[in-house]
Design a protein. Structure first.
Length: 100
């Protein structure tokens, strides 16, 4: 979270929103939609595997929006709708989805 706040300050963009909290409670109540969503859930989160599908079906990602999720290598989201690519940096994986 510290890095995201630093980037937000450097970009000087008041439209950037950083949220630290229970992602599932947020998704239940969220009424906004976003151009870009970056999720870095705890790797030990038992519901981690369901997160991309929830984000992609809740209509919180705008058309042509990008969703990036950081996750451990054990997860493969390549079969999900809107999946674009997977990037691997050591033990950290990023799955990238583009809503087109």
């Amino acid at each position: 979270m510290h890095t995201l706040k630093k980037v937000k300050a450097e970009l000087k963009d008041n439209n950037l929103i950083t949220i630290k909290g229970d992602v599932f409670k947020f998704l239940e109540s969220c009424k906004q939609s976003f151009d870009f969503i970056f999720a870095d859930p705890p790797f030990a989160l038992k519901e981690l595997g369901s997160l991309p599908e929830i984000v992609l079906t809740k209509n919180i990602l705008k058309e042509k929006g990008i969703f990036v999720m950081e996750h451990p290598k054990e997860y493969d989201f390549s079969e999900l709708h809107y999946f674009s690519q997977r990037r691997i940096y050591g033990a950290v994986n990023f799955s990238i989805f583009i809503k087109e």
